[in-house]
Design a protein around this ligand. Structure first.
Ligand code: SAM
Length: 287
């Protein structure tokens, strides 16, 4: 293994190899990799090569295109390629808008029988879980002030690595610092091991979040219909415009009429033919 690892660190990916690999990645998950990302991608692929004991990029690409590789390497490749940066209360103005505008409105005008209504939320591209768990904190806080309000949260990602981490719901101290103190007390449990500075989301919140794998490149997303709110933030930024429009159309189909879509602060639906109207910066409502 050591010799393989030494060779791999010397090896450089050719332009053709990069083109072939970035083309496969685009077809698998829609992620666009311009040439400036070559060094970054080389580093990430090297990790897979060391793991597999493969010492050249061309051998790795051949493996990816083989029957065994197509079956076994696609998911680990996606796991190293995706950018999973996320935080609790990221772009907090979205959670404020949810609490102050969306939730009061939807409980006033629920579709169907108000008493039996369970409102449905989706964190689409949830990474390691900070986004859906922030949603569950915010929705639980709203529930305390509005008894009878019920909710379920779906959370999905293409990467199985991040989904595994998310469903365990354990976070390091530096990750949870941003959570307001009184919410930490209510919704986090400190590890019993005094040497570990880790915190776990309480079971009541974990039980509210249902994790599953969804690839936005597929035609049908295996997620509940008639959702009230979808957060799909900092995901489409990695796609080209045509893919962005296709994904946003599919997401809007999942919304109930009057439902809301939240996208990342540097994303836009401007100029796209999607049945959504802007209600605030990066927040849209289905018409
Ligand atoms: C930067 S994270 C954003 C996490 C969170 N939404 C936030 O804003 O903090 C982007 C996530 O999108 C996921 N992703 C990328 N391509 C995807 C695809 N084709 N289908 C589903 N998820 C994808 C990645 O795995 C990654 O976890």
């Amino acid at each position: 293994m050591e010799n393989v690892s030494l060779n791999i660190h010397k090896e450089e990916m050719t332009k053709d190899e990069f083109a072939k690999l970035s083309n496969s990645i685009f077809n698998i998950c829609g992620i666009n990799l311009p040439e400036v990302k070559k060094i970054l991608i080389e580093g990430r692929i090297r990790k897979r090569m060391i793991h597999l004991g493969i010492d050249t990029f061309s051998a790795y690409i051949n493996y990816l295109y083989s029957i065994k590789g197509a079956e076994e390497e696609v998911i680990p490749l996606i796991d190293v390629i995706t950018t999973n940066k996320t935080d609790f209360f990221r772009e907090n103005q979205h959670f404020e808008y949810l609490t102050n505008s969306v939730l009061p409105e939807i409980i006033q005008n629920p579709e169907g029988d108000k008493k039996n209504k369970v409102f449905q939320f989706w964190s689409a591209g949830c990474s390691t879980g900070e986004e859906p768990y922030t949603m569950s904190i915010v929705l639980s806080e709203f529930q305390l002030k509005n008894p009878g309000f019920q909710f379920e949260i779906y959370a999905s990602d293409i990467s199985t690595d991040v989904l595994n981490k998310a469903s365990i719901g354990i976070f390091e101290l530096d990750k949870i610092e941003v959570i307001p103190e009184q919410m930490k007390k209510k919704y986090l449990l400190r590890s019993k091991d005094p040497d570990k500075k880790t915190f776990r989301i309480v079971p009541e919140l974990r039980n509210k979040v249902h994790f599953s794998r969804v690839n936005f490149m597929e035609d049908n997303y295996d997620i509940q219909d008639n959702l009230n709110v979808i957060f799909c933030r900092n995901v489409i930024i990695y796609f080209d415009r045509q893919t962005q429009e296709k994904v946003l159309k599919n997401l809007s189909r999942k919304l109930i009429k009057g439902g809301y879509l939240f996208i990342g602060h540097s994303e836009t639906i401007m100029g796209m033919n999607i049945p959504l109207v802007r209600v605030a910066s990066t927040i849209y409502q289905k018409v």
